[in-house]
Design a protein around this ligand. Structure first.
Ligand code: KG4
Ligand code: ZN
Length: 348
């Protein structure tokens, strides 16, 4: 049933489904009217007992939550399922079982409705999330994608034309936050907990290195930082104030490293706009530092609102809607890609 839906004149809002990790996100996006509704269920409390995401539990919980969330989202948008013009879902990268829940439900729904299904790349979703805001960025721009699984700098010539400028050799920025938080006994997920604690930290009490900023290049390496933190923490008096001081110094090291590489990427490409997205994009110090560097150095920074930095269905609905408008959708087979290079995507 690989019909030409565009020629068939099908239109209508796109349902977006995100199930790549530990959040079930659903949204409806309309090309003309924008975001109509979105809902999110976070599994964080369930995984917190284990100190990290347990893939099998994640898949089962997506099964439980997805269809109720689809109904809830449609009802908030005041839509019936038959009003949908397409169903977009995260097809990768992510946990394969979790991806399959969203993919099978979305493909089945699209099939039943006779509308196109659109497989969305999770990181393209993050990258396009700032387009959900008023006054969105226009390509060309540089995107810093910093999440639990990725730390990438991408040159965006157009939507769908992506060139990887820099990547991490080891831990992603969010992973570095999470692992460092864990070794200081902070609750899971560590990133937001560590950032909150850092607000109480005193400047200059500790200093950690800015990895790989002493040589040219746009790649990252964050795994050495957690060892520095561990050694400093173990040699300290382990008081609550010291913990906050260490958290602050760690956050400053990550944020400054990211900011240095962003400025380099802008200089290398000549771009004047910087997009920051992914879970770590919710970090207040990162947002403030990049916005300030931009006003000083003449580039503009674009961030999604914090709730659209972390995983959500809105970014998937938006990315799906843009690809559908460009005539792209899937053949009927259900496939997911736990590993998927962003540069392999076709241009829109
Ligand atoms: O994009 P996301 O929700 O999921 C992935 O695709 O990985 O990102 C989650 C990551 C986690 O590592 C989390 O600790 C981190 O983003 N994170 C933060 C903050 N909020 C979330 N890291 C630093 N500061 C924050 N405020
Ligand atoms: Zn994500």
């Amino acid at each position: 049933m690989d019909q030409d839906f565009a020629k068939a004149g099908l239109s209508g809002p796109v349902l977006g489904v995100e199930t790549s990790c530990d959040e079930t996100g659903v949204a409806v996006y309309d090309a003309g009217r924008g975001l109509l509704a979105h809902t999110l269920y976070s599994q964080i409390r369930m995984h917190a007992d284990y100190g990290g995401v347990v893939p099998e539990l994640a898949s089962r919980d997506h099964v439980r939550k997805l269809l109720p969330l689809v109904r809830e989202t449609l009802s908030r948008a005041d839509l019936k399922v038959a009003d949908l013009g397409g169903v977009a879902y995260t097809a990768g990268p992510g946990l394969v079982g979790a991806l399959l829940v969203g993919a099978t439900a979305s493909r089945a729904l699209a099939w039943a409705l006779g509308v196109p299904a659109i497989a969305v790349h999770h990181m393209e979703g993050h990258l396009l999330a700032p387009l959900l805001e008023a006054d969105p960025p226009q390509p060309p721009f540089v995107a810093l994608l910093v999440s639990g699984g990725h730390s990438m700098l991408i040159e965006v010539a157009a939507i769908g034309r992506y060139r990887l400028l820099g990547d991490t050799f080891d831990d992603a920025a969010g992973e570095a936050f999470d692992k460092t938080a864990k070794l200081m006994d902070l609750p899971y997920p560590g990133g937001p907990a560590l950032a909150k604690l850092a607000e109480q930290g005193r400047p200059g009490a500790f200093r950690f290195s800015r990895p790989m900023t002493d040589r040219p290049g746009l790649d990252f390496s964050f795994s050495g930082l957690k060892t520095q933190v561990l050694l400093a923490w173990q040699a300290s008096d382990r008081s609550e104030q010291t913990k906050a001081d260490v958290a602050r110094a760690f956050e400053e090291a990550i944020v400054e490293t990211l900011a240095i590489k962003c400025r380099r990427a802008l200089a290398a490409t000549g771009a004047k706009s910087l997009v920051v997205a992914g879970g770590v994009g919710a970090n207040r110090r990162l947002r403030a530092q990049l916005a300030e560097a931009g006003s000083r150095e003449g580039f503009r920074t674009y961030f999604p609102r914090p709730e659209f930095c972390t995983d959500n269905g809105a970014m998937i609905a938006l990315a799906g809607s843009l690809r559908l408008a460009a005539g792209q959708h899937e053949a009927p087979a259900i496939t997911v890609q736990p590993r998927w290079a962003l540069e392999a995507l076709p241009a829109v």
